[in-house]
Structures are given as structure tokens and as C-alpha cells.
Write a protein that binds this ligand. Structure first.
Ligand code: VGL
Ligand code: ZN
Length: 213
């Protein structure tokens, strides 16, 4: 297999709700769209997987599901911290769609996550912890392994939640893992330096889109 056949691109949560004007807008999230479009159109990756945050109405991660709480409050859920979000990416709503102006035709598979009403899911590989203290896999690691993928490149939104958790799980699952840093943006950019160091400490590489021409 050529190197590119062993590599997959994961494009995380490019959905209107995470872009300016959306329900959980990531500042400057739209800045990554043009270079991401170029990367998709260049078809440099034999495997491209997109993820879609896809919550049922009334999801446990929504502040509106917890009387008296407001968005960005933190609560304890099943013994762990849970950030409470504005309602976002509700199944079937326009804000939950894959961004309608992006070239998705080269995408092989779309992984929907956050579909369990009682458990959040930042990572593309596993849900957050459930009431049994477990993090059920999504099946993506097996999908990639069965196709001979050993290396993943991750981009998308948000850098400090879904991208970061996906990268940590990817490396834990044994994949060579690179975050294409300039094709990501954070909900809270003040944590970016620490986040980058924490990822590198786990063995995640930090890359740039211009490495792909
Ligand atoms: C995300 C918060 C809640 C993300 C999803 O895509 O990073 N963040 N749901
Ligand atoms: Zn979500």
C-alpha cells in the first residue's frame, strides 16, 4: 500500500451551528473553510471521513435540559465534568447539516455522534463517559483498521473539544495522529498553547495544511 492509502483525513463537525451565526459559533471558524475546501478538492487522501454532531432534542449536554442552568455552566454528570451548551446540532435541523457549500463528494463515510440522549460525544472514536463509567466506541477505529489505515490527519471544529478528544483517542487506539492545526479553531482560544502542548505530550503531531501542497 502506498503511504496515502494508509492515511485518512478526518473532517470534524463542519456544520452551520459551529460557524459564525450558528447556535454554538466558534470564533473565526469560517476562516478554515476555504483551505479545507482546497484540501478536499485536491483529493490527497485515499480515505476521508466526516463527522457530524447529531443530538436529539432535549440532549443532556444542552443547558436547556437542566432547569436553572445557562449555557457554558459546568455540572457533574456521571461523576465527570460536563459543559452545558446552547442547544446545537439538533437532528434534522439546518444547523446540524454538513455545511451545504463544501465539497463533500470525496467523503467515504459520515460518522454521526452525540445521538444518545443521555451521553455527550466529543470524540469521533468514542462517546464521553456514560452512567456505567464507560466510553462506548463508535466503530471508527475498526472501520479504519479494516481498510488498512494506520495514520490519521484531523481537522475541523472545535479544536478544544471534538478535534482534541478525537486526536487523543486516535493516538490511544494506535494510529499515527496529526492535527492540522491551522484547519481548526477553538471555542476558547485562551487555552490553545496548553492544548497544543498536551497533545504533543501524548505523541500527537501538530501539522499545517501547506504540507499537502
Ligand atoms: C462540539 C461542543 C459540543 C464540537 C460539539 O464539535 O467541538 N463542542 N458539541
Ligand atoms: Zn454537541
Amino acid at each position: 500500500m502506498s503511504p496515502s492509502e494508509r492515511s485518512a483525513l478526518l473532517v470534524v463537525d463542519i456544520q452551520p451551528d459551529f460557524l459564525p451565526g450558528g447556535a454554538l459559533a466558534v470564533a473565526d471558524g469560517d476562516v478554515i473553510l476555504a483551505p479545507l475546501r482546497q484540501l478536499l478538492e485536491a483529493r490527497r487522501f485515499a480515505h476521508v471521513i466526516a463527522t457530524q454532531d447529531w443530538h436529539p432534542a432535549g440532549h443532556v449536554s444542552f443547558a436547556s435540559s437542566h432547569p436553572g442552568r445557562t449555557p457554558f455552566d459546568r455540572i457533574e454528570l456521571y461523576g465527570r465534568e460536563q459543559v452545558l451548551w446552547p442547544d446545537h446540532c439538533v437532528q434534522g435541523t439546518p444547523g446540524a447539516a454538513l455545511h451545504p457549500q463544501m465539497p463533500w463528494s470525496s467523503v467515504d463515510a459520515v460518522i454521526r455522534k452525540g445521538t444518545d440522549p443521555r451521553v455527550d460525544s466529543y470524540s469521533t472514536f468514542r462517546n464521553n463517559w456514560d452512567e456505567r463509567g464507560e466510553r462506548p466506541p463508535t466503530g471508527l477505529a475498526g472501520y479504519l483498521r479494516e481498510r488498512g489505515v494506520s495514520e490519521v490527519f484531523i481537522c475541523g471544529l472545535a479544536r478544544d473539544y471534538c478535534v482534541c478528544w478525537s486526536a487523543e483517542d486516535a493516538i490511544a487506539a494506535g494510529f499515527d495522529t496529526t492535527v492540522i492545526w491551522d484547519l481548526t479553531r477553538s471555542v476558547d482560544p485562551s487555552g490553545d498553547r496548553d492544548l497544543r502542548r498536551a497533545l504533543e505530550a501524548r505523541g500527537v503531531r501538530i501539522g499545517a495544511a501547506n504540507a499537502f501542497g
